[in-house]
Design a protein around this ligand. Structure first.
Ligand code: GCO
Length: 440
């Protein structure tokens, strides 16, 4: 499968997150997170699965770094688990937690790979949640203290920094509809959690800069929103959904404002925080998976929109429609909306899940993933040709891992993980991506 060409200094990477691959949830002084609580709650995770072992990356990181070195990637996006650094979410750092990430990050650097550190990938320390979590403005300040500890410790080694991964998913899936931890069902009353995460983002950018960090950006999940029919009602619903999942996060960070639709649902004093949130960024990270559909709400629906499945496209096993051209549409729309306020873009996540069954000869054919990656890179190239300044691309994910409430069934890795034996097997897409990264 051919692929388009990219600039020689284009940054190729892979992404993972702590809770989804590390395991060792009770080792190294780590405290409990909301995801430990959520996975221990009956009925929340498919097949009752949990992440106590996951891909055992905590013990096997050397093997995984060797796989990245074999790929030849320029960067590795990992997340640092807040509950490993501050088991209760505040106070003195846990030396064992810092030591684990020192060893991991030093080995990544020794392999000639640049670390891209996400400070927070949803694993809120349970003690912070017990004190209100993202419903509480105070959490933004606890997060900034955590950012100072990690920034001061790793600023000498990290190439890129992402304060929070996908605050939209935490707000909507975690607090709005409860599909993810902490499992609240607040609907639009969840919007203060979006604002407090945006404030945490701004405070963390300030803390990282004070610690001497450079290369600071975001990793926001964005989707083009398509109205079900081209009618005023469906277009209004789509505009509301676009305001909620895209602009409630991008606008404060890039424009220093919120879309009007959400103002009534934000904390009263939100405007006081806009200057703090709109910190200048060195890059804007976009996680892209799929477009979303919206239609006018039916009778009795408390929301101003209804989600509408996008039909007529091939699907992944994670129920995502495969629509590469929507990535181009998204990036061009960002370029037009934010213009000179949009810093250089990194695609901090793009990937897909399929069954990825090992073949009799021990290989793991995954032609659908090769097609997915090639077609999305083609769309990315077209967005760049249309003027969007994209500097890098990170595949989600290096390894098969714990896919949140869906457990281990969705396999996103370039590398297959046998969860019984922890054996790693590079899939066919691994060799395909290796060739692309090495310009072979
Ligand atoms: C996300 C998260 C990842 C997911 C991936 C596949 O974007 O939702 O960053 O943790 O595992 O996107 O759904």
């Amino acid at each position: 499968m051919d692929h388009p060409t990219f600039p020689p200094d284009f940054l190729w990477g892979v992404s993972t997150s702590a809770f989804q691959i590390e395991g060792a949830t009770a080792e190294g002084g780590r405290g409990p997170s909301i995801w430990d609580t959520f996975t221990a709650t009956e009925g929340k995770i498919a097949r009752g699965e949990d992440a106590k072992v996951a891909a055992d990356h905590y013990h096997r990181y050397s093997e995984d770094i060797a796989l990245m070195a074999e790929l030849g990637v320029g960067a590795y996006r990992l997340s640092i688990a807040w509950p490993r650094i501050q088991p209760d979410g505040s106070g003195k750092p846990n030396a064992e937690g810092l030591s684990f990430y020192d060893k991991l990050i030093d080995e990544v650097c020794a392999a000639g790979i640049a670390p891209a550190i996400t400070l927070y990938h949803w694993d809120t320390p349970q003690a912070i949640e017990d004190a209100g979590g993202w419903r509480s403005r105070d959490t933004a300040f606890r997060f900034a203290e955590y950012a100072t500890i990690v920034g001061e410790h790793f600023a000498d080694r990290a190439k890129l920094w992402i304060p929070l991964n996908e605050p939209m998913v935490m707000s909507i899936y975690g607090y709005g509809i409860g599909e993810y931890a902490p499992g609240e069902f607040l609907l639009l009353d969840a919007l203060p959690t979006a604002h407090h995460q945006n404030l945490a983002h701004g405070l963390a950018v300030q803390a990282l800069r004070a610690a001497g960090a450079t290369g600071i950006g975001t990793a926001n999940n964005h989707s083009p929103i398509w109205p079900d029919h081209d009618t005023p009602a469906d277009r209004a619903a789509a505009d509301w959904l676009d305001a909620l999942i895209n602009r409630t996060f991008a606008d404060p960070m890039l424009l220093g404002s919120y879309p009007g639709q959400v103002h009534p649902h934000l904390p009263e004093n939100f405007a006081d925080d806009l200057a703090t949130i709109a910190q200048p960024l060195d890059f804007y990270g976009v996680n892209y998976y799929e477009p979303q559909g919206a239609t006018a709400p039916g009778e009795g629906n408390p929301l101003p929109f209804e989600l509408r499945p996008i039909e007529g496209y091939p699907m992944t096993t994670n129920d995502s429609p495969i629509v590469p051209q929507a990535l181009r549409e998204l990036l061009v729309s960002f370029h037009e909306r934010y213009r000179e306020r949009l810093p250089p873009v990194q695609i901090t996540e793009n990937g897909c899940s399929f069954a990825d069954e090992p073949a009799a000869d021990g290989s793991v054919p995954d032609p659908e993933r090769i097609e997915f990656l090639a077609s999305h890179l083609q769309a990315l190239r077209e967005a760049m040709d249309a003027g969007v300044d994209v500097r890098g691309y990170f595949v989600w994910s290096l390894l098969d891992n714990f896919e949140w409430s869906k457990g281990y069934a969705p396999r996103f890795g370039l590398v297959h993980v046998d969860y019984q034996t922890q054996r790693r097997t590079p899939k066919d897409s691994f060799a395909w991506y290796r060739k692309l990264v090495r310009h072979e």
